[in-house]
Design a binder for this molecule. Structure first.
Ligand SMILES: Cc1cc2nc3c(=O)[nH]c(=O)nc-3n(C[C@H](O)[C@H](O)[C@H](O)COP(=O)(O)OP(=O)(O)OC[C@H]3O[C@@H](n4cnc5c(N)ncnc54)[C@H](O)[C@@H]3O)c2cc1C
Ligand SMILES: NC(=O)c1ccc[n+]([C@@H]2O[C@H](COP(=O)([O-])OP(=O)(O)OC[C@H]3O[C@@H](n4cnc5c(N)ncnc54)[C@H](OP(=O)(O)O)[C@@H]3O)[C@@H](O)[C@H]2O)c1
Length: 517
């Protein structure tokens, strides 16, 4: 956002003016102050794994509240920003930036920032909070374990000892390019959807394999480049929702986080108002609250114009000049009967997704059946270790966003657990919360934690603060990052009382032991 003196004219651009003003206010009220570089930061000390938006944001919150951090990033300095540092220059947010506020100080210039703006905001955050001096690059974390005092070690003791861990390794690792029969015979070019920068599509017919968000983005790239014709070869039907913040927020407000007997209403509205003549593309066999929908409106216009064609099919093989597919009718499941058709093209884009980074570096105790991620406390804390939070890397599907307030809220939950033993959940209660959520969502067509909505996430947070009275004093801090000194002072008094009673003498021991309430 420009400084207030360069705010947009409120008469000419009223909405943009209000958005900029809102961002300025949020920054002023909610951003913790960056640490003074001359003052050493204290314990608990946190290891953050990954320097994408989640890692940088959570580290900024930690140092902003006075806790020391070290970020371990597998990539180089160029990879600050994580997946956004590895995708096309033309990539941009599909959801509105109102919902992509990964830190209160983020300042978007408009509704749908592109990759460059996102990277620039992450880098500014990283530098503003002095994280450039606290990041270790080219270190892939492959083992996390505890010393005999319960402190965490990352790969080897030479990297230091930590009281808490934030794993922020994301869900999009290396590009996934499945080997398909005949690929080597194809005379045209084949590229992964994240490697399109600089590629020429003008006058060409482009075939996109895959029917997810990257496929739709590849379509935008081809259209902007002047491709002659585009095909999307989609194996499964996915919901597409409009690129409109009102729609997206309303859908995220389903507090049950699953299909309900009212889900036909948004589904019917989407079919009638958004899909309209393209209703055939809307999934029939899965509800909107089961899978992450794609957020895009342009794709509908391109399909209507005839420039692009959506083909529901399985890939049989590549031919010299295209791809042989088994085209299926609506309602026929992948692998079902269909009609063999060759789709001819000059350029194939593999929009087949990304390999998922693995959390296998965590101790085995984090993966005790049936409490395996994403079936963890608040979805991010393994029930055996309240000092570990795996933010934005355990989820499978959701309606909401990866880049919002919850990064800060999860970080502050962890800080609260580390600082205040009476708020720390025991393994027993963490498991009961997971069981309760499974019970509440027993009728969901997918696993209880395999899909959630943003309002459901807020309910989880509110419930967990409300459930334990020792957490009440932390509520303003956990939700908004405010008033840290007050609960901290109360904890000191509580500590004195507990020490007087002979409970837990050492300040650093036991940060991974939940007392429960
Ligand atoms: C093109 C594109 C567009 C997107 N658009 C949206 C959108 O509109 N809205 C939305 O909500 N989401 C969107 N996403 C999803 C995107 O993943 C998130 O928005 C967000 O960038 C994820 O950030 P992250 O920090 O959690 O993970 P990442 O950005 O993936 O960062 C993880 C980091 O961890 C590092 N790492 C991984 N494993 C290790 C290890 N073992 N040791 C050390 N370091 C490790 C990686 O190198 C990486 O730098 C989009 C994704 C893509 C690819
Ligand atoms: N701007 C944006 O918002 C944006 C842009 C790009 C990516 N993203 C995010 O990045 C993540 C990844 O998205 P993505 O679209 O790259 O991946 P994705 O959602 O995993 O979609 C991959 C697609 O490829 C298909 N596929 C995979 N292997 C196949 C095979 N062997 N044969 C035929 N089809 C195959 C999948 O079909 P099945 O479904 O049948 O498996 C699916 O349609 C998501 O979180 C997404 O939201 C966001």
């Amino acid at each position: 956002m420009p400084p207030l003196s360069r705010m947009p004219n409120p008469v000419l651009h009223p909405l943009l003016f209000v958005f900029q003003l809102l961002q300025w206010l949020l920054d002023k009220i909610l951003s913790p102050n960056p640490p003074d570089p001359r003052v050493p930061l204290g314990r608990p000390k946190i290891a953050v794994i990954g320097a994408g938006i989640t890692g940088v944001t959570s580290a900024a919150h930690c140092v902003g509240h006075g806790f020391d951090v070290v970020i371990f990033e597998a990539g180089s300095k160029d990879n600050v920003g994580g997946i956004w540092s590895k995708v096309n220059n033309t990539s941009s947010l599909q959801i509105h930036s109102l919902m992509y506020r990964f830190h209160p100080s983020v300042r978007w210039e408009g509704g749908y920032p592109d990759r460059q703006q996102i990277i620039s905001q992450v880098r500014q955050l990283w530098e503003r909070y002095g994280l450039d001096t606290r990041t270790k690059f080219d270190i892939k974390v492959n083992r996390v374990y505890q010393d005999d005092r319960g402190r965490w070690i990352i790969n080897s003791p030479s990297n230091g000892r930590f009281d808490g861990i934030i794993s922020a390794i994301g869900t999009c690792g290396d590009p996934k390019v499945p080997e398909m029969p005949g690929m080597d015979r194809f005379k045209g070019e084949v590229h992964h959807s994240s490697k399109l920068t600089g590629k020429k599509a003008a006058g060409k017919t482009m075939i996109v394999i895959g029917g997810g968000a990257s496929a739709v983005e590849a379509l935008e790239f081809a259209s902007a480049e002047g491709a002659e014709k585009m095909y999307i070869l989609a194996r499964s039907d996915k919901w597409i929702i409009p690129r409109n913040p009102v729609w997206d927020m309303l859908l995220a407000l389903n507090i049950f986080g699953q299909e309900t007997s009212f889900s036909w209403i948004p589904e019917m509205l989407l079919r009638k108002l958004f899909y309209r003549d393209l209703e055939d593309l809307a999934p029939t066999n899965r509800g909107i609250f089961t899978d992450t929908p794609m957020v895009n409106s342009d794709v509908m216009d391109k399909l209507r114009s005839g420039k692009a064609e959506w083909v529901r099919c399985d890939i049989e093989k590549f031919t010299e000049d295209g791809v042989l597919v088994n085209k299926r009718a609506k309602g026929v499941a992948p692998g079902g009967p269909g009609q063999k058709v060759v789709i001819k093209g000059d350029l194939v884009v593999m929009a087949t997704g990304y390999k998922r980074p693995q959390l296998s570096f965590l101790p085995d105790s984090c993966f005790e059946e049936p409490y395996v991620s994403p079936n963890w406390y608040l979805q991010t804390f393994p029930p055996s270790h309240p000092s570990i939070s795996c933010i934005n890397c355990t989820y499978k599907n959701a309606i909401g966003t990866v880049g919002n307030w919850h990064i800060g809220i999860y970080t502050r939950f962890l800080l609260m657990f580390l600082v205040d033993p009476l708020t720390r959940p025991s393994s027993f209660w963490m498991k009961r919360w997971i069981d309760m959520t499974r019970l509440l969502k027993f009728s969901s067509p997918v696993g209880a934690f395999d899909f959630f909505t943003y309002l459901e996430l807020v309910w989880w947070f509110v419930f967990c603060v409300w459930f334990n009275p020792f957490r009440w004093k932390w509520a303003l801090f956990v939700f908004f990052g405010l008033g840290f000194m007050l609960p901290r002072d109360v904890v000191e008094v509580e500590d004195q009382i507990r020490n007087g009673l002979g409970i837990n003498g050492d300040e650093t021991d036991g940060r991974d032991l939940g007392f429960g309430f």
